[in-house]
Design a protein around this ligand. Sequence first.
Ligand code: EPU
Length: 309
Amino acid sequence: MKSPPPPTLPHAFLEAIAKRLPGARFGEPLAKHTTFKIGGPADVYVELKTEAEMADAVRLADEHGVPLTVVGCGSNLLVLDSGVRGLVLRLKGDFERLAAGGGTLLEAGAGVRLPKLIAWAGERGLGGSENLVGVPGTLGGSLVMNAGTREGEIGDIVREVRVLDRQTLRVVVLAPRELEFSYRASALDERLVVGALLELKAGKRDDIITRIREFQQKRLATQPVHTHNVGSTFKNPPGQFVGRLIERAGLKGLRVGDARVSPVHANFIENMGRAKASDVLGIVAAVRDRIRSEFGVELELEMRTVGEA
Ligand code: EPU
């Protein structure tokens, strides 16, 4: 243990976690695990490598009434400054596996990052996922959010999703009609995604790779790809582009502490160095107020927030 266990969690839980999941870290700063490089500590942080470990972690949390949060690769996540109480899980090992599923099917673990999945599929002449280039998240997080771009969403290519049932601790398979994909939402919220079977399209390897590169070039030209950010801050309001609205309101470059509205894409917030979650929330509040007063539009967050302020 790096630091003394937080007093709020039952001692029996901490002991059981240390025994069953020896890689567990106590008081782990989540700023290390988000693309924003922002966030207070997790009471307990575990990188799970197998489905059996996931079942163990869930069982222990539920037995002791400890809250559980899955964080993916932290690419769409604002972790608040006082951190996250309870158990925080990240999926590695077996959850990062990719395998041909026969024909145009691809099997992937929830911890696989989408850029890797898209490139892997392209190399094997499987297209249909390249319009997701630029979404940095893991497959699991992307499914929960129905991540996407103007060209398509992950929900469009899902054949089935495997989740861990919290009661039985068994993996169950869900069909697309049970997943209720809609704009940046699905019925997978609060579910523990283990992996998915995706249905792609056969194509020529070189054509697919070329399309991937074209999408990458477009993102490089229109998004602040090389800064610390979590992609889109707000959802696009129906029929409008929030980036355009924020730019028209003159808010590009707006700064609160070390956070600022990106001068490249107005729906991105960048951490300029030592931004706190409270700085980001300051920008969120200021942008919301201005867009409401100027255009009468209520903005909804696209990035997720977790933890305590
Ligand atoms: N625009 C501006 N000013 C800006 C930014 C954009 O006028 O500062 C205009 C653009 O010129 C364009 C329109 O707004 O006419 C839409 O911009 P863009 O093509 O960048 O798409 P978006 O709707 O802002 C969505 C996704 C992105 C995804 C892009 C690529 C949402 C909330 N965001 O952005 O996803 O990369 O499409 O197609 O749907 C993410 O999910 O984190 C993310 C980055």
